[in-house]
Each structure stands twice: as structure tokens, then as C-alpha cells.
Design a protein around this ligand. Structure first.
Ligand code: DGY
Length: 320
């Protein structure tokens, strides 16, 4: 075959077979280890396509090395790991895997919300450590989800999924978005709030806004100070949307009730990171879209985007 695709992490056979219908494939063989920079820079040199992960920095140096690159197909909906301006200047397509992960990610956001509110992981650890000596009226008592106020920061399709789930819990649902979503307001009975009001009113604040230069540390000390002491924050977007130092302080000083975090400023988060020492934090290793079915579909869609571009068509799901 004339063309070459670089796959930056081990992916199942069906995905590789799909790519092989148009291209020869070089794959980084590790499942749990990101591609080494050296391997990436070497193998991207003569690649026509790269199927990348959110752990790969596809930056200027990378693109300067890539003499033939036509598409960066990121297996994620976020693409803050890619230098978009550089890719655009070089006429390289960027595709992502939107929509197919909405429901899976909304499930996890809601799971985190319930876990924080009802202290589920903490209670499980308590029991396993042999600390359960008697039923007691306020033992591990948490916050009610049913009937509480949910605030969604960033009302995209994942936000809609979270709102639909929240309706089942009779929650009052508020949101803030760059552009008002009257269609969603009508369809799902959610109300638009100013950014600050959303922080003041919410019992659970779910962060879903993508990471851009405008949303870096969008939520910091000022915003956390607006929250109720009984309120919790759930982040399934990108760690750097929240100022982690300010979040730690707010949680440590009990200015807010809890946090459910699937994402961190530095991933993987260090074992001794101060946030992990707090009982009111539920922390997960960036598994928002990690169901077997969804991750397989994401990998397949990334492969389909590559197939499209390498056969002179437009990508199916380009960034907009
Ligand atoms: C994404 O697709 O950006 C998610 O964070 C992956 O789980």
C-alpha cells in the first residue's frame, strides 16, 4: 500500500483491519503506556494519517516532522492535545469522535454525582476496613440528590444527557452556556442562569465545558466561593478547566461539600496528590467514555475518518 497510518496505542483487530483496507498500519503496541515521544516523532515522519489519543501531544514539532500528514484522527471528543492552528496552517484535517460517547459519559457524570452525594466509595472503604461496628443514625450520612438543584456548566449533548437523567431524580435543572440553548430549555425543562448565579444556586455543579484558552481555570477561588457549603462539583471535562489548587483549598476548608473528579490537571494524577487525601473527593482515572462498546465505536469512528481522508473524501466528524 502507498499510504501509512500511525496508531498511537494498541487497538483491537477490527479497527486495524478497517484501516488496512486503505493503508498500511504501524501501531504502538502498548495498551497502558502512551507512545514514546521518540517513536511518535520517528514514525509520524512518513505517515499520511495518525490515529491519536488524548495523551499524545500533537504539537508543532510533531507536525514539522510529519512530511505527508493529511489527518489527525483523535480518539476523543476533546482535542486540546492537538495544536489546531498549526494543523490548519498545514492543511491537515483534524477529526474527533463526538456524539457516540454522550450517553456513556453522562452515565459516569451521574454516577460520580451520586457517589459524592451519598459517599458511596467512602462508605465501601469504611466497611472493608472493619470500621462498621453498629448502625448509627448519622453514619456516613450524605446529601440528597432527589429534588436537589443541578447546575450544568457547558450545555452540549453530554449536558443534555445529564439533564435527562436528572429529570428522573426530580432535580431542578439549571445551566450556563456560551450561547443560550432555548431548544434544550423547551425540550428538557432546564433554565438558563448567568455564570455566577449558577454557582450560587446549584447543589451539584457538573462541569462539561471543553478546555480552550478561554476555559483554562474557568473555575477558581472566586467561583468556588460562590458555591453553597453543601454543594459539590463534578468534573468530567478536562482537569485544567478547574484550578486544582483552589479546589483543594475549598474542599480542605469545607467551603464546599465534595468533588467528583474524572479528570485532573496532570494525568495520571500522582498517588500522593493532596486531593487524593481528602475523604470528600471521589477520584477516577479519566474513564468518562470508558464502556467497551463506546470505546470500540470511538476507535472505529477514528479509523473511518482516516479511511475517508485517505480515499480523498472529507472526514466524517471533523472539528468545527
Ligand atoms: C474525550 O473523548 O475527550 C473523553 O475525555 C475521553 O474519555
Amino acid at each position: 500500500m502507498q499510504t501509512k497510518t500511525l496508531v498511537t496505542r494498541w487497538l483491537p483487530n477490527e479497527v486495524i483491519e478497517k484501516l488496512q483496507t486503505v493503508s498500511r498500519v504501524t501501531m504502538w503496541p502498548e495498551v497502558d503506556q502512551p507512545i514514546s515521544r521518540e517513536f511518535l516523532l520517528r514514525e509520524i515522519e512518513d505517515a499520511d494519517a495518525v490515529l491519536s489519543m488524548l495523551t499524545d501531544q500533537i504539537d508543532t514539532i510533531c507536525m514539522e516532522n510529519a512530511k505527508k500528514l493529511r489527518i489527525i484522527a483523535n480518539m476523543a471528543v476533546g482535542y486540546d492535545n492537538i495544536d489546531v492552528r498549526e494543523a490548519r496552517a498545514r492543511g491537515i484535517h483534524i477529526s474527533i469522535t463526538p456524539d457516540i460517547l454522550n450517553e456513556t459519559t453522562a452515565d459516569l457524570a451521574f454516577g460520580l454525582l451520586l457517589s459524592v452525594a451519598r459517599r458511596i466509595p467512602e462508605s465501601s472503604v469504611f466497611l472493608r476496613q472493619g470500621k462498621w461496628h453498629s448502625w448509627s443514625p448519622f453514619l456516613l450520612a450524605g446529601q440528597d440528590v432527589f429534588g436537589a438543584t443541578l447546575g450544568i456548566v457547558g450545555m452540549g449533548r453530554i449536558g443534555e444527557g445529564v439533564a435527562r437523567r436528572a429529570r428522573g431524580f426530580a432535580m431542578r435543572i439549571l445551566y450556563h452556556n456560551r450561547t443560550r440553548r432555548e431548544d434544550v430549555e423547551e425540550r428538557l425543562g432546564v433554565s438558563y442562569q448567568t455564570f455566577d448565579e449558577l454557582f450560587r444556586l446549584s447543589d451539584f455543579l457538573v462541569v462539561l465545558t471543553p478546555l480552550t484558552s478561554q476555559t483554562h481555570h474557568l473555575i477558581g477561588e472566586r467561583e468556588l466561593n460562590l458555591m453553597k457549603p453543601t454543594a459539590s462539583i463534578i468534573n468530567v471535562s478536562r482537569g485544567s478547566v478547574v484550578d486544582e489548587q483552589a479546589l483543594y483549598t475549598a474542599l480542605f476548608q469545607k467551603k464546599i461539600y465534595g468533588a467528583g473528579l474524572d479528570v485532573f490537571e496532570q494525568e495520571p494524577i500522582a498517588k500522593n496528590h493532596p486531593l487524593l487525601g481528602l475523604d470528600n473527593v471521589v477520584a477516577l482515572p479519566h474513564i468518562g467514555s470508558a464502556s467497551i462498546a463506546t470505546r470500540t465505536r470511538m476507535a472505529m469512528l477514528a479509523a473511518e475518518n482516516i479511511c475517508a481522508v485517505l480515499t480523498d473524501r472529507n472526514p466524517i466528524t471533523p472539528i468545527v
